[in-house]
Ligand binder design. Sequence first.
Ligand code: SF4
Length: 492
Amino acid sequence: MAQKGVQIITVEPGSLAEEAGIRPGDTLLEIHGEAVLDQLNYQFLITREDEAGMLLQRPDGSTFKAYVENGGAGIGVDLAQDEVKVCKQNCVFCFVHQMPKGFRKSLYLKDEDVRLSFLYGHFTTLSSSDDGELDRIVRERLSPIHVSVHATEPAARIRVVGNPREGDILRKIDRLLAGGIDLHTQAVVAPGLNDGAVWQRTLDDLWARRREGRGSVLSLSCVPVGLTAHRENLPDVQDVDPAFARDWVARWTPEVRRYAKANDGEPWLLLADEWFTRAGIEVPGRAFYSKSWAQLENGVGLVRRFLEHSRRFIQSPKAKGFAGRKVLLLTGASFAPTLRRIATELNRAVGSHLRVAATKNFTFGETVTVAGLLCGEDLKYAAHADRDSKGGRADWVDAVVVPSASLRTHTGPTDQYTLRGVVVREEGTFLDDLTLPELATDLGVPTVPSGANLSHLLDHLEAADRGAFRGGALGKTFHTAGLNLPQGAYNP
Ligand code: SF4
């Protein structure tokens, strides 16, 4: 993680930094004699003592010292974005390797950064974290971290991550736990690869590392592998079909409850929703998920939470805002049955006319059923097909809704970090570069992102009533929940 200082982009007028003679363009090299590595490290160093002794460099290369009595708080500077670190693994199910050709370059970059894991809950295999970085995590108390374990048995892990140097994940995990860092963990499960005895050992090893107090494995989720139709020249990996998913649900659902009982009632072993959607089985009730919805962003409990939130919303006065609206909701095949149920309940309650179309993913292949990987052209095709089925009228619906999870802005929650090759844009862009305003223009009706729930959706439709659907800065016009998810992340 070595960087030669961090550049200062802006200095707040009247701030402590300005008083100390610091200017935009200077580079912050050291605080208290320690090299400043990045923004997180800056936060750690600047808040450590009441007075910060800093070494800075002017753009002409000259250096100077500044002392700021900041009382352990910020000094009024904005720092340059940090570059995201790149992954060193070669996972057999890596989404990036399964991408069709021809997408924008940045989508083929494999990012893996423990700082994003701490800040935003992204999963890391820890491949880009050497011992020095693990010690830094401990020192700066970057806890909890989200770790993709996949398998604790070294030979199996090497098979999964495709990197002979990364078999011993428990060594890294134990170093973090010993330093008091908590971990949420996951295993992406593929039949014949890391299920059976390999999975059982993973479960046993991680459960043995759950403890009271700091330095504990807080949860372990299992997620079914996701394969696209683009696996040329990649190792054979068996997909999770409905029969495998049904067996997995039958075998492990009782175990979730057993582990929860042994964990003071708090679910510790977590099953991703996709096991249930692939098996065609109703997701379990609220008690099956942790009180804090741990690993929600990883697809654990999203369906249950959506159902609960929707049913409360339908009882609320705000729901009447849907009355009379004729709306087409596009989503992936895995979430469509759930959304259809809720749309039916809402229609009955308030007299709306919401319809759901399960959108096929022609870009990645029909085995990909999550909403987050739908491309603009897939959604466009589904909307046109729906219009044709209704007689081709231009005003066949009042509005079309696309999943927020299928949109990226690149200026969303991870704007503290930059990926090499990424062009910053604020309007919503699908994976295939079609933008939300372009789709709206093509369809000729307001086209809005779904948001995370029905309340968000109504806000978006009302914004469209005022003409906002034509685009602009997406984050300013619409709720940002669900935008900018890491590619490949499961999300309905
Ligand atoms: S799945 Fe993640 S960790 Fe594995 S190779 Fe791809 S980017 Fe790297």
